[in-house]
Design a binder for this molecule. Structure first.
Ligand code: PLP
Length: 257
């Protein structure tokens, strides 16, 4: 069994963040571990507050995992500010895990920022160069590149710019456009598009977290990048199709359907 680590934020309502990551890891037959960077008091409707874990404790959690257990795959999610990014980046440089899947989480569906906007430059300088695969959605790709994205062609242009910032692969997720959900994978040479039909539901809390964790698990389980992405997208689509009508807002995806 492969050992998977998520470094991210905790969603007490269980639909996104660390909780979604661990459920996804379990659903992929892997052993899940978690380094909690921020505790987010949130539910399916809103974010109430965010408490950042002190940097030393984040660093200690990473040491605790790496000094004892072989990490076969790693996903990085919510890093709320520049301090958190610097702490994680320093540890990545030290332990050099392969296959880092970086989800540059910025804003929750309800509109609340999960990353301080002033940390954007640190994200670019410290985190992007350490990513094997970067998985921005359209607003995140726009924030990082500074360009507007309206079409699949725009997504391809953004992927080129994003890849020039360091990641080996870029997956721009097109769920924020209209029509089918088209994601574009760029490896520096070719584009591959992955298309699934749009599922009419409001229950999509935690989809981004789930996708990046599923990719990390698939990679650790031996898949090549395009297959890892394709299988993860199928998994998320099924999880959305059978999403749970829990809570008053955006219900969580169903990891074990
Ligand atoms: N809360 C945490 C802790 C997250 O890491 C994320 C990840 O994107 C979200 C919320 C976002 O959830 P949503 O899918 O509702 O935007």
């Amino acid at each position: 069994m492969k050992n998977l680590l998520t470094i991210a934020g905790s969603d007490c309502s269980g639909g996104a963040g660390i909780q979604a990551d661990l459920k996804t890891f379990a659903a992929h037959g892997t052993f899940g571990m978690s380094v909690i960077v921020s505790v987010v008091a949130e539910n399916t409707s809103r974010v109430i507050s965010i408490h950042d874990i002190p940097s030393q404790i984040v660093a200690d959690q990473i040491d605790a995992v790496f000094e004892d257990i072989a990490v076969d795959g790693i996903k990085i999610g919510m890093l709320s500010g520049a301090d958190q990014m610097r702490t994680v980046s320093e540890k990545l440089r030290f332990y050099r895990p392969s296959g880092v899947v970086l989800d540059p989480v910025m804003v929750a569906k309800g509109g609340r920022a999960l990353m301080h906007p002033e940390a954007l430059e640190t994200l670019k300088a410290e985190m992007l160069p350490q990513a094997f695969l970067l998985t921005p959605n359209i607003p995140e790709a726009e924030a990082i590149t500074g360009m507007e994205i309206h079409t699949v062609k725009d997504m391809e242009k953004a992927a080129v710019i994003l890849r020039s910032m360091g990641p080996r692969y870029v997956l721009v997720k097109g769920g924020h456009l209209t029509g089918d959900a088209v994601d574009i994978l760029y490896d520096g040479k070719d584009y591959r598009s992955f298309t699934t039909e749009r599922i009419p539901t409001k229950n999509t809390h935690g989809t981004g977290c789930t996708l990046s964790s599923a990719i990390a698990a698939n990679l650790a389980n031996g898949a090549e990048v395009p297959e890892a992405v394709s299988a993860a997208k199928e998994y998320v689509t099924t999880a959305i199709r059978h999403a749970l009508p829990i809570g008053k807002g955006h219900g969580p995806t169903n990891h074990f359907y």
